[in-house]
Design a protein around this ligand. Sequence first.
Ligand SMILES: Nc1nc2c(ncn2[C@@H]2O[C@H](COP(=O)(O)OP(=O)(O)OP(=O)(O)O)[C@@H](O)[C@H]2O)c(=O)[nH]1
Length: 342
Amino acid sequence: MFHRLKTDFRLSIIALLAACAVLGITPFAVMRYLQGNLPAGLVDTSILLGICSALVYAWVTGDTRRSGLAVAVIICSGAVVVGVVVGEPGLFWLYPCLVTTFFLTNARIAVVLNIASVVALMVHGGAFRSDIQMWSFSATALVVSACAYVFAHRNHDQRERLEHLATIDPLTGIKNRRSMDQELDLAAANAERTGLPYALVLLDIDHFKKINDEHGHGVGDDVLIEMVELLRQNTRKSDQLFRFGGEEFVLLLPGVDGIGLKAVMNNLQQVLRKYMKHPGGSVTASFGVALLKHGESVASWLDRADAALYEAKETGRDRIVFADAQRTMDRAGGSAEPLSGA
Ligand SMILES: Nc1nc2c(ncn2[C@@H]2O[C@H](COP(=O)(O)OP(=O)(O)OP(=O)(O)O)[C@@H](O)[C@H]2O)c(=O)[nH]1
């Protein structure tokens, strides 16, 4: 539960507002019912129920975009109605709402909601003691909204930048191991649900240390970049490439098995053999391939691909080795030809 709140910013804001609503609005609602102020009590109750329902919806569906917008509308309209019904003391509730809208929905909608709330109160006018108070309230509401906008905008940019830094390999621009873990989990879940086959390829450049040692790290870096480019050009849009670490990469291939998988792998091997060069000659790679088994864990899937890669390295490099070759062969239609080969 805490993990979800920690990783989903908007959900955490909705949960925080729900907690504040329960703790902060409930006493007022009770007090207003006790004072016989039924309209105000009903407004408080509606706001409370609205925010809590939005939280339940966001939690169950994961759709924080819609629920965030719903909460933003509820709190703004709620604050306006409280201002109208209660008068001056109710106006103060609009300030926290003007700030939180920017964290609940996108900036443009938040600006529209904030302006609409202030204008609604001004048009009604009944909540203010004088024109001076009304204009002071509007000016301060504008300042609060502007500051919240700047803060939310910066916060959004920084979050996106951090996410990029945390998930993208700076040298090659592809996703890193961290994102790979998430994508493999998603792939395994999707395979379980839909039965779509998924192949995982562990790919490791051969004798890469030698390239670095003989030609320098700059040349080694260029080889890594070039290989990523070649793999990108020769795989489908739906395939995903990750840098596993060092000169090792992972390719996730959805919807391919049997003969198709064998053809894809042979093509990749040929492309790398033909086009991957460094100043001292050509560059080759070894491949370990594993098809996800029914009900298998991601760790076991990776282990089998890793064992296949190890075998490819041990048996001469520049080779493709399929984990559980017999199973892959069955899917390929029972070909007698072994599925590991140079
Ligand atoms: N240029 C460059 N080198 C890297 C990078 N990351 C790891 N390396 C180097 O990659 C090399 C990997 O060497 P090894 O693990 O011995 O592998 P190898 O020489 O390819 O040998 P085999 O895999 O057995 O064929 C090491 O020298 C690392 O320093 C990088 O980002 N850039």
